[in-house]
Design a protein. Sequence first.
Length: 237
Amino acid sequence: MESSAEISQAERDGASVFSPGMLALYDMRVLWGYCSLVWRCPPTHTLALYNANVSGDHLDIGSGSGWHLRHATYPVDRPQISLVDLNPNSLRMTSQRLRRRGIDPETRIGSVLAPLPVTRGRFRSVSATYLMHCVPGGWDTKGAAFQHIADVMAPDGVFFGATVLAAGVPHTALSRVQMRRLRAQHIFHNEADDLTGLVAALERAFESVQVNTRGAAALWTARAPRPRPAEDTTAPQ
């Protein structure tokens, strides 16, 4: 696993929760528990997003346990899958699940807030599913992640994903309590994450953006990645 050095301590702290023991319970506890009952967006909805958009050359950022990649329907028999994550446990578990399907992924440790440690302009699909609510900062900071993703996409590629928002979506008493708890544990960093800000941040990096909500979650597809401004010195070399 190759790594990127540009990883903040806040990001490392948030990723450290994904221990082997936690990942063993991730599917039941997080996907079928939290996502279904607390955020009210069952994993069937995010899996449908994969099935509609995943390509034969796909980059997955923050894969968790790899449940979506394990169950996705790919358009080719032997897709090329690349994984970027801050946590080697997640990379290991996702890789094991993919190998059972005959897929040998490329893995990298890296931050979505830095230039991604993969080939630029390559991927015909990229996903960041339930990642952005764990990324520190507001949309001014997280929007930089969308440009890093646009940098590595093919011109006809699609970026899709989902995140739990703090505002612009309906919450329940239970979801508010659980969000506060996850923030206190430094797992969630979505205090300022609203629906309008998400759309605006995506539109700065992509020409075509579609966002739908399900419960407390927003699900999106974004196409036609915008090139970086010529004066932007943060572009990867």
